[in-house]
Design a protein around this ligand. Structure first.
Ligand code: C5P
Length: 218
């Protein structure tokens, strides 16, 4: 397709990132990892030594952080205030704090605007997150909601991070609960999104299914 926006939402560990990057490459498009944007802001908040319950200070840091957002699906590179944060935003400190930062409506409003600017400047883009189909890109050409069993999600994540499966499953459950129950733009499947359960499916299977869906729409 000449122009298209694909929205990929779902809980942590559902395979969103791997699938979104592969799909973006397949359509010769760019890739936007919105979770990494919330993580980069969270990194800056922690770096500033701000207490997460001090919402005004969290907002202030978010507003003052200069984010550089990589959109190359083969190597998305992020910087915050000129610092390479690719490794740090995947670390336990950021992972433990990100849902609290992402629950602040002013932080979301700022990042959603940023995301919409990136989307409007791109001919073909795959955007992954929690609220893409519902809030960020309600006019997306294809909206997918990826799920997988809690066990499958924990297994994938712990294989990526080399962490303990049980601890990972507990952490995913904790974040899912926070992300689904927050007041501002909670994680939830959009009415017009197609659900795809990836439990037991290989990456190629999932990417091919999404390409079929896309080709039948645009
Ligand atoms: O996708 P990832 O696990 O990197 O996202 C990290 C966190 O960022 C999520 O747990 C969620 O709190 C937040 N997030 C969000 N909205 C998005 C993407 C991520 O609130 N669109």
């Amino acid at each position: 397709p000449e122009r298209c926006v694909v929205a990929v939402d779902g809980p942590s560990g559902s395979g969103k990132s791997t699938v979104s990057r592969r799909l973006a490459t397949a359509i010769d498009g760019i890739y936007l990892d919105t979770g990494a944007m919330y993580r980069a802001v969270t990194w800056a908040v922690l770096q500033a030594g701000v207490d997460l319950t001090d919402v005004d200070s969290v907002i202030k840091v978010a507003q003052e952080t200069d984010l550089s957002i990589g959109t190359n699906p083969l190597a998305p590179h992020f910087e915050a205030n000129g610092v390479d944060v690719d490794a740090a935003i995947r670390g336990p400190e950021v992972t433990g704090a990100v849902s609290a930062v992402a629950a602040v409506p002013q932080v979301r409003a700022m990042l959603v605007q940023f995301q919409q600017d990136i989307i409007s400047g791109a001919p073909r883009i795959v955007v992954e997150g929690r609220d893409i189909a519902s809030v960020v890109a309600p006019d997306a050409d294809l909206k997918v909601y990826l799920t997988a069993s809690a066990a499958a999600r924990a297994q994938r994540r712990s294989a990526e991070d080399a962490t303990d499966v049980a601890a990972t499953e507990a952490d995913l459950a904790r974040r899912d609960k926070l992300d689904s129950s927050r007041a501002a733009d909670p994680l939830k499947q959009a009415d017009d999104a197609t659900e795809l359960d990836t439990t037991g499916l290989g990456i190629d299977d999932v990417v091919n299914r999404l390409l079929d869906m896309l080709n039948s729409k645009v």
